[in-house]
Design a protein around this ligand. Structure first.
Ligand code: UDP
Ligand code: MG
Length: 316
């Protein structure tokens, strides 16, 4: 059945947030008086998340769900949502109410009246977030915007509303290593930004540890920039030039002053330095090769364990 608005909601161990999210969002959606669906993606939770979703689906036909066979990550959950929506307009939302549902009518109006293709949200502050996390996040956005052609605003959320046409393009971009904020920016289209004050989680806690976020940031950089690869070459050129000058210096010194046998410590330092730089450069290349390896294997993004969507393909 054709729907006007599809909401994609990734959930990972969110049994406490789901009822709160449903109640609040339902109110907003009913007021908007459009034909909608809420697609919950249970990302392989081990708690009662799936049971909560199923009980909502039993009493409300607007609720659909896909439950993964294991935890595949938020990126895979969003991809599953995009691949299985039918709405003319599609939105992605977190279940912890950090993406206020009250913004939806405004976003819908903006997209209809201003004729843009998507409305994206951006936090204007990071109130309630640890200072160190904010600092690293800001550094990451500054860096990635400088070294890649994906335009990513600082504080950009995954919470956005977009037209069907954009969703279809996103599903077509079937790359395995996904970094949605980069993909949204990279595909282009007219996007309007809607700033809002940061909201704290209603229940449960964030599943993104500092380490997980760091890995995600590196993923973003490697997926959207080749600059680190050229850093490796520049390092190589620089080291060769330095070594060449050094050889010239040593030969000249030998011709003028003879060959005093000293300088071992400096030699060891140089060997270690060059070895370190070589390993560093190989590491960068290794990262890209590892990504290529995963892409080439063409493993599915997710595996469906259970769903109430008809004709869903179990692997995608
Ligand atoms: N999430 C998910 N799979 C995961 C981790 C998180 O689907 O492996 C969902 C989570 O349930 C939530 C959203 O992604 O709806 C954002 O996660 P979280 O609130 O933990 O991140 P934060 O807001 O702290 O960045
Ligand atoms: Mg959150």
């Amino acid at each position: 059945m054709k729907r006007e608005l599809s909401l994609i909601v990734p959930c990972y161990e969110e049994e406490t947030s789901i009822p709160l999210f449903y109640e609040e969002t339902k109110k907003v959606l009913e007021e908007m008086s459009c034909n909608y669906e809420i697609i919950f993606i249970d990302d392989g939770s081990k708690d009662n998340t799936l049971r909560e979703i199923e009980s909502l689906a039993e009493k409300d036909s607007h609720v659909r769900y896909i439950s993964f066979s294991r935890n595949f990550g938020k990126e895979a959950a969003m991809y599953a949502g995009f691949a299985n929506t039918s709405g003319d307009y599609v939105a992605v939302m977190d279940v912890d109410l950090q993406d206020p549902p009250a913004l939806l009518p405004k976003m819908m109006d903006m997209i209809r009246e201003e004729g843009c293709d998507s409305v994206a949200t951006r936090r204007v502050n990071r109130k309630g977030e640890p200072a160190i996390k904010s600092l690293f996040a800001r550094m990451f956005y500054r860096l990635i915007n400088r070294i890649s052609d994906a335009d990513i605003a600082d504080g950009a959320r995954d919470f956005r509303l977009m037209k069907r046409q954009m969703t279809d393009v996103i599903v077509e971009m079937g790359e395995y290593n996904r970094f949605s904020k980069g993909i949204f920016g990279w595909i282009g289209f007219q996007t309007r930004w809607l700033p809002y004050e940061n909201q704290e989680r209603v229940a449960g806690e964030s599943k993104w540890s500092f380490w997980k976020l760091t890995k995600y940031a590196l993923e973003g950089i490697i997926n959207f920039s080749q600059v680190p690869l050229s850093i490796a070459s520049w390092f190589g050129i620089l080291m060769t030039a330095v070594a060449f000058l050094f050889i010239l210096f040593i030969i000249t010194r030998r011709l003028i002053f003879g060959d005093p046998v000293d300088g071992w410590p400096s030699l060891v330092c140089i060997i270690t330095l060059v070895g370190g730089i070589q390993l560093f450069c190989m590491g960068i290349m290794g990262q890209y090769i590892a990504k290529t390896y995963l892409e080439v294997k063409k493993r599915p993004h997710y595996i469906v364990g259970k769903s109430n969507i008809e004709q869903i393909s179990p692997i995608h």
